[in-house]
Design a protein around this ligand. Structure first.
Ligand code: PLP
Length: 350
């Protein structure tokens, strides 16, 4: 292995850029549990304003922002509806049940693309004494395990109107909402109008080392702040992290288009071997979710990649995910697109 490793396992793997390190070094800090960290306060005010909501809360992880957001709109013993591949139901280790005391029911959605009518038809608000009452519907945009799928803005609008008519809340897991914005051009103000609680990650494509932000009303955020501390998420001089996030918001949103172009190039190269692995037109953002005819072929592909210094991640027995990000430059993406077809060809004969 001569060239540097091209790590496509996740967009969480980025290191801070020199500009970001400068912002971290220059951060003015205080004790955030006392509400005295100027960088954290500024980040929370900026993100709340960006989405047109009253308040925001800096959280150590997106998982915590989601659990605080969902519990803010779903009383104990009631349910949140989401799709069967949603991060909140697959990848948060049951925290919504364990901590939030809420149950889930799920709908099936190809590539995670939701339809408002399907979600709304499942809802049973005020179900009476025998059935679980629905309190909220959760949507993920972009959809992670769906392969970076961008949700239809029309469907988001229809969901919002339908949920309001039924007295239901909407939680938007927007870990990669930045990527969706770059594709749709829809403003963050408008995305903000689609949901009661929104979580966004600073540590995915935006490239900050740590952190997510929960956005909602002042009242819900005040309560979420208590729950964050209750869960051990009260951080002290967190301004060094918030400063990285503020820098990322200024400098790393529009450049996500490069990650999308790199992902598309990689998908096109792989589809040239066999279009059943990936359909490039379905790669809308920075995630290339490849599907293999067998677990053996998937394992052979992963092993072949590793041998060539390209790291990729299994997200199912036959699904291997390749994710582009801030640390994958033109040359690294080009090398992946050059080398991957040969590896794929071999893997398909395994
Ligand atoms: C990454 C991610 C999260 C949060 O993950 P953490 O690792 O807890 O920060 C939430 N939702 C989606 C869709 C994600 O991809």
């Amino acid at each position: 292995m001569s060239a540097a490793v091209v790590d496509l396992r996740s967009d969480t793997l980025t290191g801070p850029t020199p500009g970001m390190l400068e912002a971290i070094a220059a951060a003015e800090v205080g004790d955030d549990v006392y509400g005295e960290d100027p960088e954290v306060n500024a980040l929370e005010a900026e993100v709340a304003a960006l989405f047109g909501h009253e308040a925001a809360l800096f959280c150590p992880t997106g998982s915590m922002a989601n659990v605080l957001g969902v519990r803010a709109v779903v009383p104990a013993g009631q349910e949140v509806l989401c799709d069967s591949m949603a991060h909140i139901v697959r990848a948060e280790l049951g925290s919504h049940a364990v901590v939030g005391q809420v149950t889930t029911r799920t709908w099936q959605a190809a590539r995670g693309a939701f339809e408002a009518d399907v979600a709304l038809a499942m809802a049973v608000p005020d179900a009476g004494p025998y059935f679980v009452s629905t309190a909220a519907i959760a949507i993920e945009d972009t959809h992670n395990f769906g392969g970076g799928t961008v949700q239809s803005v029309d469907e988001l609008r229809r969901l919002r109107a339908g949920a309001q008519a039924l007295g239901l809340s909407v939680h938007l897991d927007g870990a990669r909402l930045w990527n969706a914005h770059v594709v749709t051009g829809v403003s963050f103000q408008e995305y903000g109008s689609f949901a009661d609680t929104i979580s966004v990650c600073l540590s995915k494509g935006l490239g900050a080392p740590v952190g997510s932000v929960l956005v909602s009303s002042a009242e819900r955020i005040a309560e979420a702040r208590i729950w964050r501390k209750r869960l051990g998420g009260g951080m002290r001089q967190a301004g060094i992290l918030a400063a990285a996030g503020r820098y990322a918001l200024k400098h790393h949103i529009e450049r996500l288009a490069e990650d999308h172009a790199h992902a598309h190039a990689i998908a096109t190269a792989l589809a040239g071997v066999d279009s059943s692995i990936i359909e490039p037109e379905l790669v809308q953002t920075n995630i290339v979710a490849t599907t293999w005819p067998s677990a053996t072929a998937a394992q052979a592909f992963i092993a072949g990649c590793t041998a060539e210094g390209i790291r990729v991640g299994a997200v199912g027995s036959r699904v291997v995910r390749l994710v582009t990000h801030l640390d994958i430059d033109e040359a690294a993406a080009g090398r992946a697109a050059d080398v991957l077809p040969g590896i794929a060809k071999q893997a398909l004969t395994a």
